[in-house]
Design a protein around this ligand. Structure first.
Ligand SMILES: Nc1nc2c(c(=O)[nH]1)N[C@H]1C(S)=C(S)[C@@H](COP(=O)(O)OP(=O)(O)OC[C@H]3O[C@@H](n4cnc5c(=O)[nH]c(N)nc54)[C@H](O)[C@@H]3O)O[C@H]1N2
Ligand SMILES: Nc1nc2c(c(=O)[nH]1)N[C@H]1C(S)=C(S)[C@@H](COP(=O)(O)OP(=O)(O)OC[C@H]3O[C@@H](n4cnc5c(=O)[nH]c(N)nc54)[C@H](O)[C@@H]3O)O[C@H]1N2
Ligand SMILES: [Mo]
Length: 809
């Protein structure tokens, strides 16, 4: 979340799109209820289903799955053509006035630089034009046809309300009503927030869905203000912590990135990431990358990371490709993997195209399951009940189950969607032989190290030289790890402007990431967590919920990254002179000598506004980007592409270009592509989702949850039920090109057919919680049906939009 849970109560308009917060985040949803009750906020829901959030919304609009970019592109077009933008904000704090290179182009769905064979872009032309001084060229009048404003206006002019209706199936008047409600927040005195989750991310264009939402919020001046933001409501209790700590194959802790194979040179690796300002007098905060990186390497390799060996840069793996989940199973399927550890992960149930997953697991020599429960994955080789598509006798994979404790049987920190690191305390001991994940991982690690010590190996240095400074090497404590993530001084850390001033003495915990140094004199396992466990102790354990300004920031409740800041980009809540746009929702202000207020300023604390430094200091240009000049796989402006399994078979934006039916920059493995279905055989569009009563596949092991949601069901609209001759309570068979599930039909008014390009499209809803382990009635794994293709940037699978056929069973 750019903002935080409590801050939702500061909003005047709340758009829940691509999520079902009342169902999946019922506790956090209370802040929506507060906003409605206490400031008469209006709640809008845009969802293929009239879901539980819609049932308490002020306005609901339906949408076809996988078409949010068309909808949001339409909103952008509406805001621009009706001049519903926060002018002062947009003019000063975004790249609207920046001039784009002459050779950047967009033709029939493709941007300049496309290579059809590689299915990827050379992004060189996706950049701003530079002046002789090396800085970006701008046109403050916004008249230059090559400025971002003009290019963007032209791009989105194609997304008319009529076009939105044809692609999304959202009736034009409903679409326009949503536009009007959102547009009401374009004035400085009103705030609007967006809450989203998987309905936006589980698509082959997921990242671009989120970007479209961010563009809407920027036009409205809703980023950096109280009651605003683009707010990702996250999943598992510590999934935010997972990404923060870099547990993605391409990341290092604190959103640093692993080098690629082409990046063997340490200085070049740093220089590329320590971005220099693109505007005069601009702070570009990533220019501190070297300090963050070296401190991280000192944490991992301690005394073995020295200036002479580039702090162990050669120890870091260099990526040849992404090793995301889809890639892992592809490699496993090709027989290129011997073993797999599934730690707190049930891939047979959770990953797309179950048949491919079980076939892949069957090719392993060994599979280790670390879990408190007996998961479907741990019995993938058994053939029974609704899991009947494996040949048990032919599977040779050896499966080891290592029982772990569960969150309530451990202590430590969890990072919430709000970026708040909250310490929690152990409630009880785990049963039987269960061990904590920490203990099991340490046991594995020390044994691997011993094996390398004894037998050597190709390149044992990174393993033998790893720092392992825990009092009990077999079981590091959560406290030791938390202190290590924060970081400490390895030599006295002094003030750069006055070397006699010692900020942190050798051996002390650091106070914040401003104290990190790039010469090896500090260590920090995760720079954004620096400040969580200081000399003053564990900040995550703080429980003072006082809120002196009433804006809800509670700065003494636990600790938020970065720097205990609760609202990111909060400098943008003030005008160029440093006065809050909305004094009633004040976050920070310039008081003549410093920035201060209800939040920790996201800015250089003593930077006078008249110097003209811009608020978005994580971008080298200092402003927010409508034009994503680097980073995105498929282009600088989001464009509508159909889901890989489309009910249409073509892209209504580009009906004659076969290259751009679906995301032209998404990676698709040939075998996965061959398994896609065609709309001729599978006419209905399907989506999968959660229910409050269950948490994925594990609460079916709990008696109460199994009683309140005992049996698998499928939701279909009354119209479709009539078409296929099914009444509520009868069983239906839902098939995709990859398999089928059979479940009870819930016939509902909550799902209506949509008219898409003059054709009736039915939506089918599949809750995902059932399987063949646990106390509920055995059910089919819903991922029997789903296609194996991911988002072009994150490789998150397209779980939310695929095609099926529904029949009476
Ligand atoms: N009770 C409970 N709570 C949970 C979980 C759980 O299993 N049980 N899981 C947790 C996890 S890990 C996560 S990630 C979160 C997920 O939280 P959510 O994303 O809110 O959960 P979902 O139910 O998967 O999907 C949300 C909505 O997206 C809609 N949707 C589907 N396709 C589209 C589309 O193309 N466009 C739009 N606009 N909407 C679409 C669906 O109809 C559904 O209403 O929930 C967390 N909370
Ligand atoms: N079709 C479809 N598929 C989906 C989704 C969807 O919306 N539609 N959602 C996707 C999403 S967002 C997610 S997050 C995934 C979820 O996929 P998974 O993460 O595989 O699902 P969970 O059932 O939450 O599995 C987590 C396992 O962790 C175990 N566990 C709990 N606590 C601990 C612990 O402390 N230590 C260890 N070692 N194990 C523990 C649980 O017992 C459980 O078996 O599913 C994805 N799959
Ligand atoms: Mo999730």
């Amino acid at each position: 979340m750019t903002n935080h849970w409590v801050d939702i109560r500061n909003a005047d308009v709340i758009l829940v799109m691509g999520g079902n917060a009342a169902e999946a985040h019922p506790c956090g949803f209370k802040w929506v209820t507060e906003a409605k009750a206490h400031r008469r906020a209006r709640l809008i829901v845009v969802d293929p289903r009239f879901n539980r959030t819609a049932s308490v919304a002020d306005y609901y609009a339906p949408i076809r799955t996988g078409t949010d970019i068309a909808f949001l592109g339409g909103v952008i077009n509406y805001l621009l053509t009706n001049d519903k933008i926060q002018h002062e904000y947009v003019k000063n704090y975004t790249d609207m006035s920046f001039i784009v290179r002459d050779d950047f182009a967009f033709n029939d769905g493709l941007y300049s630089g496309y290579d059809a064979d590689k299915r990827s872009y050379d992004k060189t032309t996706w950049d701003y034009a530079r002046g002789d001084d090396g800085f970006v060229k701008v046109d403050p009048t916004l008249q230059d046809p090559r400025c971002v404003y003009q290019l963007m206006k032209q791009h989105y002019s194609r997304y008319t309300p009529e076009q939105v209706e044809k692609i999304c199936g959202t009736p034009k008047e409903k679409f326009l009503h949503v536009c009007e409600m959102l547009a009401s927040t374009a004035v400085p005195g009103r705030a609007g927030t967006i809450l989203y989750a998987l309905g936006w991310t589980h698509h082959s264009v997921g990242s671009q869905n989120v970007r479209s939402g961010a563009m809407v919020q920027l036009l409205l001046g809703n980023i950096g203000i109280a009651g605003g933001g683009v707010n990702a409501l996250r999943g598992h209790s510590n999934i935010q912590g997972l990404t923060d700590l870099g547990l993605m194959s391409n990341l290092l802790p604190g959103y640093m990135t692993l080098p690629t194979e082409a990046e063997q040179d340490f200085d070049a690796y740093i220089a590329k990431r320590a971005t220099q300002p693109l505007r005069p007098n601009q702070l570009s905060y990533w220019r501190n990358y070297r300090a963050f990186h070296v401190s991280f390497m000192k944490s991992w390799w301690g005394n073995n990371a020295t200036a002479e060996n580039n702090f162990g840069f050669d120890y870091l793996p260099k990526l040849d490709k992404s090793y995301d989940m889809l890639q892992q199973f592809e490699l496993m399927h090709q027989g290129k993997m011997n073993g797999y550890i599934a730690q707190g992960f049930n891939p047979l149930a959770a990953a797309p195209w179950k048949a491919k997953i079980s076939a892949s697991l069957a090719k392993l020599k060994w599979l280790v399951i670390m879990d408190p429960l007996a998961t479907e994955t741990s019995e993938f080789w058994k053939n029974y009940g609704p899991h009947n598509d494996v040949d048990a006798a032919s599977i040779q994979t050896e499966v080891f189950r290592l029982p772990t404790t569960c969150f309530a049987e451990e202590r430590g920190s969890l990072v919430s969607s709000s970026r708040v690191l909250q310490w929690h305390w152990q409630g009880g001991d785990g049963p039987g032989e269960a061990k904590s994940d920490l203990e099991i991982m340490s046991g594995l690690w020390t044994r691997i190290r011993d094996a390398y010590r004894k037998d050597g190996g190709k390149y044992p240095d990174p393993i033998l030289n790893l720092n392992w400074p825990y009092s009990n090497p077999q079981s590091p404590t959560p406290e030791e790890l938390a202190m290590e993530f924060n970081g400490r001084a390895l030599a006295d850390v002094t003030d750069p402007t006055d070397k006699t001033k010692v900020l942190a003495k050798k051996g002390e915990q650091l106070a914040g990431f401003a104290q990190l140094r790039d010469d090896g004199s500090t260590a920090s396992g995760c720079w954004i967590f620096c400040g969580a466990w200081t000399q003053a102790g564990n900040q995550m354990g703080r429980r003072d919920n006082s809120d002196p300004t009433g804006v809800g920031n509670t700065l003494n409740w636990a600790w938020a990254w970065p720097a205990n800041r609760r609202v990111l980009y909060n400098r943008a809540s003030c005008d160029t002179t440093g006065k809050p746009f909305d004094p009633t929702r004040k976050l920070i202000a310039w008081n003549g000598s410093t920035w201060s207020g209800a939040d920790v300023p996201d800015f250089k604390i003593d930077e006078p506004p008249e110097n003209g430094m811009n608020p978005f200091i994580m971008n080298p240009e200092g402003v927010a980007r409508f034009f994503a000049r680097d980073g995105m796989a498929e282009g600088p402006f989001p464009e509508h592409y159909e889901p890989f399994e489309t009910p249409l078979g073509y892209n209504p934006m580009h009906p004659n270009n076969k290259l751009v039916v679906s995301n032209p920059a998404a990676r698709v493995f040939p075998g996965d592509r061959a398994a896609f279905g065609s709309h001729e055989n599978f006419p209905h569009t399907a989506t999968t989702y959660r229910l409050t009563e269950h948490f994925h596949y594990w609460t079916k092991h709990a008696r109460l949850n199994s009683i309140i949601q005992p049996e698998q069901f499928v939701e279909i609209g009354e119209d479709l039920a009539k078409e296929i001759g099914v009444v509520a309570g009868e069983r239906v068979k839902v098939s995709s090109n990859r398999g089928y599930v059979v479940a009870v039909a819930v016939v509902t008014k909550r799902i209506k057919p949509l008219m898409i390009e003059g054709k009736k499209v039915q939506t089918v809803g599949l809750p995902l919680h059932w399987g063949f382990k646990g106390l509920t009635k055995p059910g089919y794994l819903v991922n029997t049906l789903t296609p194996s293709v991911g988002d072009g940037n994150s490789q998150t699978p397209e779980f939310k939009s695929f095609i099926v056929k529904v029949e009476k069973a």
